[in-house]
Every structure is written in structure tokens, then in C-alpha cells.
Ligand binder design. Structure first.
Ligand code: AGP
Length: 625
């Protein structure tokens, strides 16, 4: 939530900062703003709404040229999405400009203290207290190298809550400082063609990927000073030096472009066969065994596990629900799945022999991070499934399995989800392999099934035109229901979530078996009901029961949209619309059945004229609780 950018170097700062904001806009789009420092004076421009509004303002009233600047794209928490509340915020003396992501929990107390000195506030934000405090503390800090960083440390020590702060001071034309606690921030270190050093700050690496792939990770409670000639200096809040970890970003700027698609979401849906293949790459051994060297838990630790929790939010939680079916079936270890925001507050029973699998595309979701920390405090082992390299969640986990989906820019997760599901299969199967609960040939057969998944997803994508057509027809629906059973139930939940977040249509996912316990009352003449049908080939099949459910809703006037595998003829008489998917093993069916639901939601939203990539009220990564 909220995108932050900073730059100091030889280039025109405004252009660099605006380019970074364009790439980070998916983090929040309630307002955008920039501040640049030129001839000892700070100038700002800020505007409510999307970045395009700010760009219009800047075209009419350009800012002075500068080689140091900061920028912000906002997801509002304290104070409405107005021009006044847009960042950057300035101190009363106009000397400090600051941008912030997070929530400063003791801001009311600090505000009262500052107001008591006669300072007037110009916004309703929690952030503004930092601008005033920083200016005041700077005045009292002895002049010399590192003065602004010292002031930032002193201010940071007074703040409660979560924050990434980036600040610049009118008297320090060569310095940017930033502070980080529980909110994301990365440093980029680059060099222009003539060898001049340049430094970037971003909420994630997308902010500066067009300039450099060399990055530094910042840990919790750390302050970084970026100085034009002295370079990057990192300390903790007490001022003790810290050696930051450097890493190279393994994707380039093109990966974060639309590549000719009208929406990032469409591009990301189309990338799914490759993303699934990349997530499997190097992890399936030649003799049909799993090779997960990066899971840094010993075989003994994995054998000692007697319970698994899967903890995540939103779409990642739905991936976790699918994981339960696979892990329990393959390993016979009991698995509980829980939304991260509930997990930690109900005192779950955890100990050394519990494995907590946290799933997060961004690696920065605050609820998931807090759940992870709670699990580690209780001595449980934590394994992260994550897409963003160097993010906080994998850094704080005992082990990590990266999904290799590449950057996911659209707020609605698609390839992130599919690769999370695949990573969950890998974890389940790896546990079965290490614990010896499956014969080698059984593992090898499942590995073969995994190898076929990219092709199966590609096949689904080839047949999406009728789904798009259906999406255009359903654009005026008021309610759409989704039914599924077994692994189809989480798919139904995911289909409903995609539709809600993109098309703002009331949608609900149900376990098909629950239909007659209440939800069927919602069905009326013409209500669209999407049914995810399990394979008729699986043992203990619930296929027949779901076919009956289709008839039951149809008898009450529903317009049935049936997703069924090729060759399933039982559903044909009862499907008003039939969407075929390739035959896939029961547990892996979600990898193909989810795809039409993504396409459907995208098409409905587009037909309704909504911004598919940046739905209202949402942000890509939810970095506040
Ligand atoms: C998905 O479409 C959502 N935008 C959202 O539910 C998301 O999956 C959730 O916020 C978790 O994000 P994460 O995977 O980055 O932790």
C-alpha cells in the first residue's frame, strides 16, 4: 500500500521519480505527489486521483529542474483522498519534505504535542507529524556529515506502528534519507553511462528496474542515508552500522511492461503456462524425484512435523485451501488453513513440530507477516511460498520456496495464484518424499502430472473466446454465484473474489454441498450460477452430486455456466454455457479450472468500463493491518 520513490544522482530527478511512480501505481492510486530540491528550495506538486492527474498539473506548472527528488502514490488511511492529504508533506518551515507508507499509531499524541508549540497542520494525515518532528530535531542536531540521518533515527525511535519514510531537507542538496519498520523499502545502486553513481529508493524494485538491477535489502528498524558522493550508509535506529545485503534483480524492465496487451491482467493471464513451467523448473528430478534444495529445513525437521498450518490472505488463502487437499492426501499430516488476519489473534496451538506455510505473492502483506512472526515466536517452523525476491516474508522465514511468476502488476492476482498452487503441490509432494509415505514410482507418476500442467493451461487459454463472449453478455448481472466441491470449492471462492474485485458485482462462492442449506434461496429467474464440476473419473467421486446441483439450480431458473473436463457428457443437458477444460488429475484440476474464471471476471469488468488493473479501493500489496 502506497508506492514510494526517491532519487539522487546526475539525471533529472522529476523524470526518474515519475517513471518510478508509474511502475508503482498499482500500490495505491488515491493521489500522487512529488517534491524536488533546487537551489536550496523544496518545490512540490500533488493531486488527488491517479498519477495522470498529477502529470497534467506538472505539464501546466512545471517544477524547477533538480537532481534529487521523492515521490508517492497513495492508498489513503488517515485522511480522505484529497489534494491536501496527498504526499509529500512539508514541515511548517518548508525545509523538510517527507513521504510515508504505513500507519503511525501514536500520531494523535505526537500531533497534540506539536500543535502545543503553535505549529499548524495542513493535512489530516498521520505522516505530517514526521515532517514537523524531523525539521525540529534537525535544527537541534549538530551540523556535520550524517546530520539528516541522525535526525531521522531520533524521529524513528519516537514512532509506533509501521512506516517507510523517505525525506529530503532543503539544506542538504546531496542527501536522501529513509527509515523502515514493518513496511517495504529497497535501495537501488546504479551508474550512468559516464560512470557517475546514482541512488534510488523504491517500495519495490519495479520503481528503478529501468535504471539498475543492483539492489540492497533493508532490514527492520534501519535507516539509510544516500549521499551523492559518500554513497549508501545503513545503520539501525540507535546508529550502529549495519552491513546491508546486496542482490541482483533477476527480471528486467520489459517484464513489467504491458507488452501490447490492453491490461496487465490479460498479459499475466497469458503468461501462466510459462509461469507454471518456471515454477517447476529445476525442481523435478530426472528420475521422477523432487529436488527442493532451497527448502532449508533438514530431513529430520521435516520428518518431525506432525501438523501443518497454511496461512495467507485473499487469493493466496484460496491457494492454501487447495494445498490442504493435496498435502493431507499425499502425506496424511493434518492441515489447517486460516486467513492470516484471524490466525494470530485466536491463539493457535503451535510448537516445534508444527510447520506453518505462509503464502504471499508480494512477500509484504502485513497480516501474513504478523502471523509468521507469531508462529516463529511459538517455535513453529515457517516455510514461505513467495514471488517477490528479497521481500520481508521470505527473509523472516526459516525456509522459502519462490514461485517464479515474474512481476505481477495487475492488482488482481492470476499467475501469482496458479504458481502458488503449484508450489503447494511441490511442498506436499516433497514432504511425502522425505517422510517416505509414498513409493518412488508413485511420486514419479505425480511428478509426470506436474510436468504436463503448463501445456494444459496453454490449452485452456486457446479456448477462451466463448468465455469472453459470455463475459460481455453477463456484464449487467447483479449477482453471480459460484459452486464447487472438493478442490473445486476454493476455485469457486477464487472465481467470486476475482469478479467482486474487478467488476464490483455481488458474487459468492459456495461449497456445492451447502447449496440446499441456504444459498439456493438466492437463486432467481436468470441468476447466473457458475459450477466447477469435478472429474467423473476420480475415485470417491462427487461428480454425480454436483451434476444434481446443476439441475437443482436450473430448476429454479438459474442460468448455468458449467466448467467441466473434456469428455464429461453428463453435464451437457444441464449447461446453458459449457466451458471445457483438459482432463487433469483430480488434485491438480484447479490449475485449469481457475483460468476461465479469471478471463470471465476480466471481460465483465472491461465491458462495464472499469480499470481492470487498478480496481477501486484496492492496492496490490496490503502493507497495513
Ligand atoms: C488478489 O486478487 C487480491 N488482490 C488479494 O486478495 C491478494 O491475493 C492478497 O492481498 C494477498 O496478497 P499477497 O499474495 O501479496 O500476500
Amino acid at each position: 500500500m502506497c508506492g514510494i520513490v526517491g532519487y539522487v544522482g546526475p539525471q533529472g530527478a522529476l523524470d526518474v521519480v515519475l517513471e518510478g511512480l508509474r511502475r508503482l501505481e498499482y500500490r495505491g492510486y488515491d493521489s500522487a505527489g512529488v517534491a524536488v530540491l533546487s537551489d536550496g528550495e523544496l518545490s512540490t506538486a500533488k493531486k488527488a486521483g491517479k498519477l495522470a492527474n498529477l502529470e497534467k498539473v506538472l505539464a501546466e506548472e512545471p517544477l524547477p529542474s533538480s537532481t534529487i527528488g521523492i515521490g508517492h502514490t497513495r492508498w489513503a488511511t488517515h485522511g480522505g483522498p484529497t489534494d491536501r492529504n496527498a504526499h509529500p508533506h512539508l514541515s511548517a518551515d518548508g525545509k523538510v519534505a517527507v513521504v510515508h507508507n504505513g500507519i503511525i499509531e501514536n500520531f494523535a499524541l505526537l500531533r497534540a504535542e506539536i500543535e502545543a508549540t503553535g505549529t499548524e497542520f495542513s493535512s489530516e494525515t498521520d505522516t505530517e507529524v514526521v515532517a514537523h518532528l524531523l525539521a525540529a530535531v534537525y535544527r537541534e542536531t549538530p551540523a556535520g556529515e550524517g546530520r539528516l540521518a541522525e535526525a531521522m533515527r531520533a524521529v524513528s525511535r519516537r514512532l509506533d506502528g509501521a512506516f517507510t519514510l523517505v525525506a529530503t531537507h532543503a539544506d542538504e542538496p546531496d542527501t536522501l534519507v529513509a527509515s523502515r519498520r514493518n513496511s517495504p523499502l529497497v535501495v537501488g545502486i546504479g551508474e550512468t553511462a559516464d560512470g557517475t553513481a546514482e541512488y534510488f529508493l523504491g517500495s519495490d524494485v519495479a520503481a528503478f528496474i529501468g535504471h539498475t538491477r543492483n539492489a540492497l535489502e533493508l532490514g527492520q528498524d534501519q535507516v539509510v542515508e544516500l549521499h551523492r558522493t559518500r554513497g549508501a550508509t545503513v545503520t539501525d535506529f540507535a546508529g550502529a552500522p549495519v552491513e546491508p545485503t546486496s542482490y541482483t534483480v533477476d527480471w528486467d524492465a520489459a517484464a513489467a511492461e504491458k507488452g501490447g496487451y490492453p491490461w496487465f491482467m490479460l498479459k499475466e493471464i497469458a503468461e501462466q503456462p510459462q509461469a507454471v513451467a518456471d515454477t517447476l523448473l529445476g525442481r523435478l528430478g530426472e528420475s521422477g524425484e523432487l529436488v527442493l534444495d532451497e527448502v532449508r529445513l533438514s530431513d529430520q525437521e521435516l520428518r518431525d512435523i506432525d501438523k501443518v498450518f497454511v496461512v495467507a490472505c485473499g487469493t493466496a488463502y484460496h491457494a492454501g485451501l487447495i494445498a490442504k487437499y493435496a498435502i493431507e492426501h499425499w502425506t496424511r499430516i493434518p492441515v489447517e488453513v486460516e486467513v492470516a488476519s484471524e490466525f494470530r489473534y485466536r491463539d493457535p496451538v503451535l510448537d516445534r513440530s508444527t510447520l506453518v506455510v505462509v503464502i504471499s505473492q508480494s512477500g509484504e502483506t502485513m497480516d501474513t507477516l504478523m502471523a509468521l512472526r507469531h508462529a516463529r515466536e511459538q517455535k513453529a517452523r515457517v516455510l514461505a511460498i513467495c514471488n517477490a525476491n528479497g521481500s520481508t516474508i521470505p527473509r523472516e522465514s526459516d525456509a522459502v520456496l519462490y514461485t517464479h511468476a515474474g512481476p505481477e502488476v495487475a492488482v488482481a492476482s492470476t499467475k501469482g495464484f496458479l504458481t502458488q498452487v503449484v508450489a503447494c503441490y511441490l511442498v506436499g509432494l516433497f514432504l511425502a518424499q522425505v517422510r517416505g509415505v509414498k513409493y518412488e514410482d508413485e511420486i514419479a507418476a505425480i511428478v509426470d502430472d506436474l510436468r504436463r500442467l503448463p501445456e494444459a493451461v496453454a490449452k485452456v487459454l486457446e479456448q477462451m473466446e466463448p468465455v469472453r463472449e459470455l463475459g460481455r453478455e453477463l456484464a449487467d448481472a447483479n449477482t453471480i454465484l459460484f459452486l464447487g466441491r472438493h478442490v473445486g470449492f476454493p476455485v469457486a471462492l477464487e472465481g467470486a473474489l476475482k469478479l467482486k474485485e474487478l467488476a464490483y458485482i455481488h458474487a459468492e462462492g459456495f461449497a456445492a454441498g451447502e447449496l440446499k442449506h441456504g444459498p439456493i434461496a438466492v437463486v432467481d429467474q436468470g441468476t447466473p450460477v457458475v459450477v466447477v464440476v469435478p472429474s467423473p473419473r476420480s475415485r470417491n467421486s462427487v461428480h454425480g452430486k454436483v451434476v444434481s446441483n446443476i439441475q437443482e439450480v436450473r430448476a429454479r431458473g438459474a442460468r448455468t455456466i458449467v466448467i467441466a473436463e473434456e469428455g464429461d457428457e453428463d453435464v451437457v443437458p444441464f449447461a446453458d454455457h459449457l466451458i471445457r477444460v483438459p482432463r487433469t488429475p483430480t488434485l491438480m484440476a484447479p490449475v485449469v479450472t481457475t483460468v476461465p474464471l479469471q478471463v470471465l471476471a476480466c471481460e465483465i469488468a472491461d465491458t462495464r468500463g472499469f480499470d481492470v488493473d487498478q480496481p477501486r479501493n484496492l492496492a496490490k500489496s496490503v502493507t497495513v493491518e
